[in-house]
Design a protein around this ligand. Structure first.
Ligand code: CA
Length: 531
């Protein structure tokens, strides 16, 4: 819109002004200063993964403000242990920020969107070319985001398909060698390997101090039921529903086959094949137990796990974690349950109360633009505003992480600190992740693709269905189930003796009726007909 004016000024001012158009930072800064005719104030609530707020203290947010001519004010607390609770407080108070989001935002967006708390964004797509393009071209984008009333209330974080692999089983190859064991291919072979790790001193210190299977997320010990004929989840959230091959929706933890499978896992725990402290050891489990040369196996993210091969090479000569194929289960099945969804439930939306929806949608649209995708995938380029750290530069027209970025012990963690890689509405670039991983990591991604199974993308509940879901889902999924899973594993309650009382508690919340309602909603959402 300013093209005419600019051309005119250029003509008038001649060479003096054209200098300002050269990409010299100080001059560009002036151009930027004039480019922002006004600064749009935007309030934001984006608290995610129970620990981080997307706020003005993050370098990337300061950079984005400059690029989008906005002034962002975060209404989210910097630290909170449960992001969802803080967001619920905001929803209850009725005062929402212009932009609202969370990881796993879809259930909130579809629920409160139908109730009128969020703006139907599809009505604004025509003003948001980048958003529109994403929704038009990414398979399943509309189907997986829309609410029961047909409107779209949140803009998701999209993952390219080639990045759907997230976790792999990893085992200490040097320990296998030392004990003259082969890579386990079945759950029976795996059990033998874990017993050998426990009993035959692979770390060679003369003490029986090895922990065969460990993990920073205790839920990964529950997931071992995959090897014994049961599922745990259908999405990249722990404890979610899943659909079977015939499109029937399940919740694993109330099914008899889960009970039978879990008994095997409990046995492994009792026999100390699983870390006795798995429930309490926490997020630094790998750093601690690998560095002490004590842990033999994990099921975890690929690049962050293989990085221990480099960081511990000097300290523990021969230390070598290798990715192994998912062991074949007792029922003969072989799969990797964890995957990253293509249309994620993470993302953000716009408050229905916002006073300037057109400016907010333009702001949100920027995140799907080339510049916005770069900022979220790669962080901060050399810039005229003096904002640091610079995390990438353009090389032959492509964003490339700086050496400083790639030399960080944990690249993704570093990007989080800068504010990039947050689970807000944008598209993940495969090239970004491929820069962070080694050649052998790339092979693991390729190899694991074939073990993935279809993801459960949730459903769009009507208002009435939503009430039924709300009454039972959280209390069962967040309270009753984790409580019993831990009690049974720790041995403070016997699974056979307390299974009926457990099911009774679940049933009292209306959970089984909720599952029936979910099937109806699922069939409607995805146009499924059962014969
Ligand atoms: Ca030992």
């Amino acid at each position: 819109m300013n093209i005419l004016k600019t051309t005119k000024s250029k003509l008038l001012l001649g060479t003096v002004f054209s200098l300002a158009l050269l990409p010299v930072f100080s001059s560009t800064a002036q151009a930027r200063a004039t480019k922002c005719k006004k600064i749009v104030p935007i309030t934001m609530f984006f608290h995610f993964r129970d620990r981080m707020a997307y706020n003005e203290s993050l370098p990337i947010v300061r950079y984005i403000e400059k690029e989008t001519c906005t002034k962002i004010t975060s209404l989210a607390p910097k630290y909170a242990s449960k992001s969802i609770d803080v967001l619920n407080l905001h929803l209850a108070s009725g005062h929402l920020a212009d932009v609202v989001g969370l990881n796993n935002f879809k259930p909130i967006a579809t629920k409160y969107g139908v109730q009128g708390a969020f703006m139907p964004l599809d009505k604004y797509f025509k003003y948001a070319p980048n958003i529109k393009r994403a929704f038009d071209t990414i398979p399943g984008a509309k189907l997986k985001t829309r609410a029961a009333d047909g409107h779209i209330y949140y803009l998701p974080y999209f993952n390219p398909e080639s990045l759907s692999v997230g976790r792999s089983y990893f085992i200490r190859e040097d320990w296998l060698k030392k004990l003259h064991l082969k890579v386990p291919k079945t759950v029976q072979e795996l059990e033998k390997v874990l017993i050998a790790f426990r009993d035959r001193d692979p770390n060679g210190n003369g003490r029986k101090d090895e922990i065969p299977y460990c993990g920073r997320h205790w839920q990964e010990s529950i997931r071992l039921v995959n090897l014994f004929g049961s599922r745990t989840s259908g999405s990249d959230y722990y404890f979610d529903m899943y659909q079977d091959k015939k499109n029937y929706v399940h919740y694993a933890f109330v099914e008899p086959k889960f009970k039978e499978a879990y008994k095997h896992v409990i046995k492994w725990y009792k026999e100390k094949l699983i870390d006795p402290q798995i429930f309490t050891r926490g997020k630094h489990t790998r750093e601690i137990l690998f560095a002490r040369n004590q842990c033999g196996m994990v099921h975890d993210w690929i690049p962050s796990t293989t990085s221990f091969n480099r960081s511990l090479a000097k300290k523990i000569p021969g230390f070598n974690l290798i990715s192994i194929d998912p062991p074949k289960g007792i029922d003969g099945s072989q799969y990797e349950e964890h995957a990253r969804e293509l249309v994620r439930k993470d993302g953000w939306g716009m408050s229905a109360q916002t006073k300037h929806p057109m400016e907010v949608i333009k702001f949100l649209d920027w995140f799907y633009s080339k510049e916005g995708l770069r900022a979220n995938n790669y962080g901060i380029p050399p810039n005229p505003y003096g904002i640091k750290p610079v995390t990438y530069t353009m090389v032959k027209g492509k964003p490339v992480f700086t050496k400083q970025t790639l030399s960080q012990p944990e690249v993704v963690g570093y990007l989080y600190k800068v504010g990039a890689s947050a689970p807000l509405g944008y598209i993940r670039d495969r090239a970004n992740e491929m820069q962070m991983v080694t050649e052998s990591d790339k092979k693991i991604y390729g190899k694991y693709l074939k073990w993935l199974i279809p993801q459960y993308s949730g459903v769009a509940y009507t208002k009435a269905e939503q009430r039924i879901y709300d009454r039972s889902w959280s209390v069962v999924n967040l309270n009753i189930v984790p409580e019993y899973l831990q009690k049974w594993m720790l041995g403070t309650a016997d699974i056979d003796k307390t299974w009926d009382e457990y099911i009774k508690k679940v049933k009292a919340t209306g959970f089984f009726n909720m599952l029936k309602v979910t099937q109806v909603a699922y069939d409607r959402t995805y146009n499924i007909k059962h014969h």
